[in-house]
Write a protein that binds this ligand. Structure first.
Ligand SMILES: [Zn+2]
Length: 420
């Protein structure tokens, strides 16, 4: 509640940076090849979560879970409904009730308010993307510039949510960044849509050289993106700002599922970076316990001294030992949906045709699955969790507003909605 007539005792500001489509394992911080000096600096003065798991391998619903602390299915089919049916308060709404200002700068079309409804509760939701069917994203330097301009106008505490779409397909880094990761590949394959579409559609399998080359382009894009984070990180007061760096989901470079994420629940797709620095977070700590992205909102609210909401399904990640299983699903409103139940040592992957187990300690790349015969317990637990929460704060979906025809075309080209 905002106090009237008294001087409020403000907590720290909150900066949440979401790097769309950046998986943990590609970052050098997590043992991969992509150098990210700016992200590394935040990790050095904060907490790095080694096993942070996304609940949903698509942009809109993963961000809803991240900002609300509840699982994707509780939100309903937010992309189809153009918003969540969950009426419980998000991190942004709770902070707003406490007097925080809130602003978002969005880098890609799938998180536009008219496509996803994530603008709910924000004072300012800057989601302008170019009206160009060939390019529906804003490059990172522009996102940073707008976010810095908004932050610099805020005299009091704020929540800033800054979304970067640069690592998302296609992989087209500038030459100077691509050169950092040269693999010696001499073929003609580029990271463009035209070149990679046959692999993404399942018709072609890359050779080892092609795969290394394409992954290097992805890594180069991440390094290029990291460079654009510098001015944003410099614009906040490190002593009075909780800085979160994470991603909504990763990207697949294996398992016969190439350069994509929607259908994958392997760790390349669901294990994401999660770094939190600022007041309340010990510098240089690495947490090996597993957390889900639904833990982000309760963690940040608690660290800022703000109330959490009893409807949130996540917990403060600093309360170690509470982390249990984390669930992830692919789009349950489509046929052939899959589910993964993961703890720090084991993952069970449940598809309509198979039930596979992975020993994440012995087989971290998930190359040697074993057959799991009984997943009833996991499924029952999951449905009980959903039953317990789903009826609490759910509004009937209103008829979604019509989507701008140009946006429909752009979403189709990304593969997010099927053409009529
Ligand atoms: Zn995404």
């Amino acid at each position: 509640m905002q106090l009237v007539g008294e001087t409020p005792k403000w907590g720290p500001s909150i900066l949440i940076i979401s790097l769309d489509t950046v998986n943990a394992e590609t970052l050098a911080l997590y043992g991969g090849i992509a150098q990210t000096p700016n992200i590394d600096k935040i990790a050095a003065r904060g907490v790095l979560v080694e096993q942070a798991i996304s609940h949903f391998p698509e942009t809109c619903l993963s961000h809803w879970s991240m900002l609300s602390g509840v699982l994707p299915e509780v939100h309903g089919n937010a992309p189809a409904n153009r918003g969540s049916i969950y009426t419980g308060p998000t991190l942004v709404e709770i902070a707003g009730s406490a007097g925080y200002r809130s602003g978002a700068v969005i880098g890609g079309i799938t998180l536009q308010d008219q496509a996803c409804g994530l603008g709910r509760g924000f004072d300012h939701y800057d989601d302008r993307v170019p009206n160009n069917p060939q390019d529906f994203t804003r490059p990172a330097p522009q996102v940073t510039k707008n976010a810095v301009a908004w932050i610099q106008q805020r005299p009091g505490p704020y929540v800033a949510f800054v979304h970067y779409f640069d690592a998302h397909f296609p992989y087209t880094p500038k030459a100077e960044y691509a050169a950092k990761y040269g693999t010696g590949y001499s073929g003609a394959l580029t990271g463009s849509d035209v070149d990679l579409r046959p692999f993404r559609d399942g018709g072609k399998t890359p050779t080892a050289d092609e795969l290394a080359h394409i992954h290097s382009l992805y890594a180069a894009e991440i390094t290029q993106l990291d460079a654009a984070l510098g001015p944003l990180l410099d614009a906040v007061d490190p002593n009075n700002t909780i800085v979160v760096i994470t991603a909504d989901h990763g990207e697949s470079f294996g398992h016969d599922y190439w350069f994509n994420h929607r259908e994958g629940l392997w760790d390349q797709v669901i294990r994401v970076p999660l770094i939190v620095a600022g007041p309340g977070f010990e510098p240089g700590v690495r947490i090996s316990e597993q957390v889900g992205l639904i833990d982000l909102a309760p963690t940040v609210l608690a660290a800022a001294g703000l109330p959490t909401d009893t409807g949130m399904m996540g917990t403060d990640l600093r309360a170690l030992g509470q982390a249990g299983e984390v669930t992830s699903i692919t789009d349950p409103w489509r046929e052939q949906s899959s589910m993964a139940v993961r703890n720090a040592a084991l993952k069970v992957l449940i598809t309509p045709s198979r039930q596979l187990g992975y020993d994440l300690v012995q087989d971290p790349n998930e190359l040697a699955p074993f057959v799991v015969t009984n997943v009833d317990e996991q499924l029952q637990t999951y449905s009980q969790i959903l039953k317990r929460y789903a009826p609490r704060q759910v509004a009937a979906p209103a008829a979604p507003p019509p989507l701008d025809p140009q946006r429909v075309e752009q979403l189709e080209s990304l593969g997010y909605i099927a053409p009529d």
